[in-house]
Design a protein. Structure first.
Length: 311
């Protein structure tokens, strides 16, 4: 018997997807294609504006550019494959590509969890300590935070993936539309209790702790907002944080439903739908509810268009 990464009799996996009906798959192809196009266009535009417009060279938009990069990478690891499989009766993915897809998706997912917590801290400093904001969130500090979260994400995902042996001995039909780690692990013929425990512990550090930190941070922000006397000031503070809370609610809510719970022996269709929300819907909504409705981003877009038209 070959090991995970070196020695297994399984050389490929068969992805079940959502449906075997041709008309359903055609509708899903259009649906996912539109979502993918919106995700890449929206996040790509945000990154472009942040790079070319000096008015957006602030800590908030620095972290936002990291978020857009993560979202673009996250959907690109799975959606193009989903679109291609919509036209196949038997969706097959090689073993190595499946492992790579799981590793990259986990890595980017953990990075987004940690990044949303860092962005919450940025908003906390901006609202609760506005006079010291530029000192506390200096360029050096922002770079250190960004590098730290990327390294931490690597250690929390890639190393456990390679350090735990998992054995497959024949069963290769994955009840999912992509190589979701929870779905693939259910096919292992070896004891995966240690892997499940490791995933649960990792989920605590990457989901529960950051989520609790975000809730605590916004609780402090809420108290600070209540002390603002002017209604205009309170409205501005709430609008700054409201979009971030919307992103946090969708992403953490669906991800914790999937990972922070005891795992069943089978992977259900309901779990596939949940994974669509944190894996595809959230990356599409991020630029829409967090950035494109933001006045600074709209003004930057207007300046970019004006420069192009002026030429």
């Amino acid at each position: 018997m070959e090991e995970w990464g070196n020695t297994t009799t399984v050389t490929e996996f068969v992805l079940v997807g959502f449906s075997r009906q041709p008309y359903v798959r055609a509708a899903l192809f259009v649906f996912f294609l539109i979502m993918y196009a919106v995700t890449i266009t929206g996040n790509g535009l945000i990154m472009l504006l942040i790079v070319v417009d000096s008015h957006l060279h602030t800590p908030m938009y620095f972290f936002l550019s990291n978020l857009s990069f993560i979202d673009m990478g996250y959907v690109t690891t799975s959606v193009p494959q989903i679109l291609a499989h919509c036209f196949k009766d038997k969706a097959v993915i090689p073993f190595g590509r499946c492992f790579a897809q799981m590793s990259i998706s986990l890595f980017l997912g953990v990075a987004e969890c940690l990044l949303l917590a860092v962005m919450a801290y940025d908003r906390f400093v901006a609202i609760c300590s506005p006079l010291h904001y530029t000192v506390i969130m200096s360029r050096k500090v922002c770079v250190i935070l960004a590098v730290s979260l990327w390294i931490s994400s690597f250690l929390l995902t890639i190393i456990p993936c390679f350090s735990m042996p998992i054995y497959f001995c024949g069963h290769n039909v994955v009840n999912h539309f992509t190589c979701e780690v929870q779905a693939v692990l259910k096919l292992a013929c070896s004891d995966t209790s240690a892997n499940g425990l490791s995933m649960l512990i990792t989920s605590v550090f990457t989901l529960l702790f950051p989520f609790a930190f975000i809730l605590l941070t916004y609780g402090r922000i809420g108290l600070a907002v209540l002390r603002i006397r002017s209604a205009q000031g309170r409205g501005k503070a709430l609008s700054t944080c409201g979009s971030h809370l919307a992103v946090v609610g969708i992403f953490y809510g669906t991800a914790m439903t999937e990972y922070v719970r005891p795992q069943a022996k089978t992977f259900t269709d309901k779990e596939k739908i949940v994974s669509v929300f944190y894996g595809i819907v959230t990356p599409m909504l991020n630029p829409l509810i967090y950035s494109l409705r933001n006045r600074d981003v709209k003004e930057a877009l207007g300046r970019l268009i004006a420069r192009k038209v002026g030429k």
